[in-house]
Design a binder for this molecule. Structure first.
Ligand code: ARG
Length: 452
């Protein structure tokens, strides 16, 4: 006999049902139920006999879920109800004892915390794999010059090793943010009951130990209402995906005919259905486009949680669709980024040629004048006029005669002319973190140590 006289409206059943999304929580749900029933028996709340019958039943249910033979039903609302229903079919009425001293509210919070813990660990590993791929590429192309850009205009030359290492530091921060997520799922929600605690003398520490939590959530209301750890994961994932979108954007640009700095492996590109000559950097483009999708999930969960009164509200059921898609999307993006970087072939000549534009030496010449005592603004003005003369006459700076240069400023002597050699622009950047080769080697060693 149910409290309800009328059956559910089919559309209510549909909007209320979360099984399609939360099915994948089953391994955590089974693990939790084992720990919970073991604790109930240890506390004398459940007989050992009932515990054993429940465990045998859970084994059978788990086997069905694992091999895909689990008979889901149209009226299974979510994975928790489906597992309990099936357990009772297999083990008999004793299955109904499993939910003693537990609510779906603390149950689902616990399953999701377990899921997030694993997702964070796995994401950290994948970030580390990508870091290793980028590090290897940086080391292999340590001293290959290319233009460094601001405003997507050639600014100053840098080494490719230096450029690639920039991504390693972004990823290192992503790694730290994802590691932080792990600290946010240390406390076990289970035992909070529906919201107020339970009417049994449970041993939450015992459950926490078995499930790998280092403590128990200290407030039952917070335990069932808290989804901060999902926000934390989504925030870390958003920033990471945003970094990958910048990498993707550069790979798209660099693999274009216009740049020609890199050729992506065939395995990471697609052809055109109509233009036979084309090789499209789809995966790199998708790195750009997937990031806002993950950021959207973060924003959506903020929307779900915003102004939500304590404690559990059905709104919280909408946490998982955002979490799961973000986990899956980030996993794919990290794998694609690592795959593309590992198999990319960089084009030394094209990059060097692009970095050979003598106008890039402008800052260096200005700095020389400053070192001789001229105020920077004045030096900047002299060199700016020189650059203009070069652009307007269509002649390279090195084609200017000695007299022409001296005509611009008495300071533009032979030493200044010497700065028109590409190598001098790179090796002059000797400050810590700069692009001079000894500094890049230093940086590479620091980055390597992070992964050791
Ligand atoms: N499917 C629900 C969720 O994901 C489980 C908790 C339901 N609790 C409740 N009191 N109806 O949030």
């Amino acid at each position: 006999m149910s409290r309800f006289a009328e059956p559910q409206d089919p559309d209510f059943a549909s909007i209320n049902r979360s099984l399609d999304v939360d099915q994948r929580l089953w391994p955590y749900d089974i693990a939790q139920s084992r720990a919970h029933s073991r604790m109930l028996a240890a506390q004398g709340i459940l007989s050992n006999e009932d515990r054993d019958a429940i465990h045998a039943g859970l084994d059978a249910v788990e086997a069905e879920l694992r091999d895909g033979s689990f008979p889901f039903r149209e009226d299974d609302e979510d994975i928790h109800m489906a597992i309990e229903r099936r357990l009772t079919e297999i083990a008999g009425p004793v299955g109904g004892r499993l939910h003693t001293a537990r609510s779906r509210n603390d149950q689902v919070a616990t399953d999701v915390a377990l899921f997030v813990r694993e997702a964070a660990i796995e994401s950290v590993e994948r970030v580390e794999e990508l870091m290793a791929a980028v590090l290897d590429a940086a080391e292999a192309h340590l001293d290959w010059p290319l233009p460094g850009y601001t405003h997507l205009q050639r600014a100053q030359p840098v080494y490719l090793g230096h450029h690639l290492l920039a991504y390693v530091w972004m990823l290192q921060r992503d790694r730290e943010r994802l590691q932080f997520v792990g600290t946010q799922v240390r406390d076990l929600p289970l035992g909070a009951g529906a919201l107020a605690g339970v009417n049994f003398d449970t041993d939450r520490r015992m459950v926490a130990d078995e499930l790998g939590f280092s403590g128990v959530a200290p407030n039952s209301l917070d335990a069932v209402a808290n989804r901060d750890f999902i926000l934390d994961f989504l925030a870390a994932a958003s920033t990471c995906a945003t970094h990958l979108s910048r990498l993707g954007a550069e790979l798209v640009l660099w693999s274009s005919e216009e740049f020609g700095f890199v050729v992506l492996a065939d395995a990471w590109t697609s052809g055109s259905s109509i233009m036979p000559q084309k090789k499209n950097p789809d995966a790199a483009e998708l790195l750009r486009a997937k990031a806002p999708r993950i950021v959207g999930h973060l924003s959506a969960l903020h929307g779900v949680l915003h102004a939500l009164p304590l404690t559990y509200n059905k709104d919280l059921q909408e946490d998982k669709v955002h979490l799961f898609d973000a986990v899956d999307t980030l996993r794919l993006c990290l794998a694609a980024a690592a795959g593309m970087v590992r198999s990319a072939s960089f084009k030394r000549d094209r990059m060097a040629q692009a970095a050979s534009d003598e106008l890039i030496a402008a800052t260096d010449i200005a700095d020389l004048l400053v070192k001789r005592g001229m105020p920077f603004r004045e030096a900047h003005g002299i060199v700016a006029r020189l650059v203009r003369a070069s652009v307007e006459s269509g002649r390279k700076l090195s084609e200017f005669t000695r007299e022409e240069l001296l005509g611009h400023s008495a300071e533009l002597d032979d030493e200044a002319r010497g700065l028109l050699v590409q190598e001098s622009w790179l090796e002059s950047k000797i400050s810590e973190g700069g692009t001079a080769l000894p500094r890049v080697r230093e940086q590479l060693a620091r980055a390597r140590a992070l992964l050791a």
